[in-house]
Design a protein around this ligand. Structure first.
Ligand SMILES: [Zn+2]
Length: 436
């Protein structure tokens, strides 16, 4: 029996679906309104004999418990296998003793991180003066509601060298594991101390909602302003999108993912009710990050990075990554519509959302298609009296990008725009594009 068959044999499809959909017995089957499309008359049927489900309405789709779990949670098969395997108590992978040890080690680190998140969070809600000051900072300066603080488990690291360390040791965690989890540091003299001190703490979760690291914001003018967990066996911020655990459903439904720079931007957007926002956390977008959302969940990606120079550079690098990744996969044509959002007044999303949350949807509408953005970017750099050589160089830099678009009409319009901007004949542009 395969692992998947073994899992299916141990789980009951009705019991599983029942957790998410209110099934009613109807003859030999179970019935409900379909969770995947909106309807008033139930056309979603679960068949206990064949252990399968089917929507006889708009979806006209069905399958087994795996298909259901994958569709509902936007999981790939591997994830469904792991999650349902855990539920069924079936070991999904035959593991070597070494692999098992590694998995246990990582689970131990995540356990410590979860415990630390709880400790930080309850420290923020203490009745002590320093806790009160931190809470006041979170509410007044960051603009977080109490509900948001609860939902994101925002916390406070007190100004102490060993407050968390002592707490974790008391529970029985080992120093080496606490250090490996990124929560403590051992100096040259062998002294161990808390990494995060006197900071507002934002737990960073993976796409499955597990705490894997922390972001820590200074409460005053201390440097650095932001201090993140170091890279650990469970935390690699280049493979993670902050907020994806909360945002995935909204991204899946809208088909649009908005990528911002930091966790503060994400929390602010979610608090304002715009859930399809995730953060790449400071670095330029990477291939693993992109693949978490596109093209499976998002058909449009909007990059809304900060307006400062670092943000603009990150934007350019992100575009390059997006272009390569999506091109590699899709026969040289971009299958995902990538847009660039520039927020007026050179604000970052966090500031904008705090000041005028109601204007966010209109601003998002102004996001430029990638080609327009690049044409603007490259042509704005040229002096008004640029030589024909300079203009040709700019054109040759832009053309491959225009040709990466799937849409002929769109490409034609962009060639025209480029010709006008650069004062170059369209025929010349087309000829150069042919050469490449
Ligand atoms: Zn349906």
């Amino acid at each position: 029996m395969s692992v998947a068959q073994e899992i299916k044999a141990r789980l009951d499809i009705v019991e599983y679906i029942q957790q998410y959909v209110p099934l009613k017995k109807s003859g030999r089957h179970y019935k409900a309104c379909c969770p995947f499309h909106s309807e008033k008359t139930p056309s979603f049927i679960v068949n206990t004999e064949t252990q399968s489900w089917r929507c006889f309405g708009a979806c006209s789709e069905g399958g087994d418990i795996f298909n259901f779990a994958m569709k509902l949670h936007s999981w790939d098969f591997r994830q469904a296998l792991e999650e349902l395997g855990r539920l069924a108590g079936v070991e999904v992978r035959k593991q070597t003793p070494q692999q098992r040890e590694e998995i246990q080690y990582e689970e131990r680190l995540r356990d410590i991180l979860r415990t630390a998140a709880e400790a930080f969070h309850s420290a923020l809600l203490q009745d002590a003066p320093d806790s009160q000051a931190a809470l006041q900072y979170a509410v007044e300066r960051r603009g977080f509601s109490l509900e948001t603080i609860e939902k994101y488990q925002i916390g406070f690291a007190v100004d102490s060298w060993d407050n968390l360390l002592i707490h974790l040791r008391e529970i029985g965690y080992k120093d080496d594991d606490i250090i490996d989890a990124g929560l403590a540091i051992r100096n040259d003299k062998g002294r161990i101390y808390d990494r995060f001190r006197n900071r507002l703490i934002i737990p960073i979760r993976d796409e499955r909602g597990r705490v894997v690291g922390f972001g820590a914001r200074a409460l005053g003018d201390e440097h650095p302003k932001y201090l993140n967990s170091p890279q650990t066996p469970v935390f690699d911020k280049s493979r993670l999108l902050f907020g994806l655990d909360m945002a995935r459903e909204s991204i899946r439904q809208s088909g649009i993912a908005i990528i911002v720079e930091g966790y503060m931007d994400v929390i602010q957007a979610h608090q304002a009710g715009y859930m399809n926002v995730v953060a790449q956390m400071g670095t330029a977008l990477t291939e693993p990050q992109l693949k978490l959302i596109a093209p499976r969940h998002a058909q449009r990606i909007i990059l809304a990075l900060d307006a400062d120079e670092a943000g603009q550079n990150a934007m350019r690098r992100s575009l390059e990554v997006a272009r390569q990744v999506l091109q590699d996969d899709y026969a040289g044509r971009l299958s995902v519509d990538i847009r660039i959002l520039q927020i007026p007044g050179a604000k970052d999303p966090d500031d904008f959302l705090r000041a005028t949350p109601e204007q966010w949807p209109q601003i998002v509408e102004t996001a430029l298609p990638i080609a327009d953005f690049i044409i603007n970017l490259e042509t704005e750099k040229l002096p008004p009296d640029a030589s024909i050589q300079e203009r040709e160089r700019a054109a040759r830099a832009i053309l491959p990008l225009l040709y990466a678009s799937e849409d002929n009409l769109y490409r034609k319009a962009n060639i025209q725009k480029l010709a006008m901007r650069l004062r170059i004949q369209e025929a010349d542009l087309l000829a150069w594009a042919e050469e490449q």
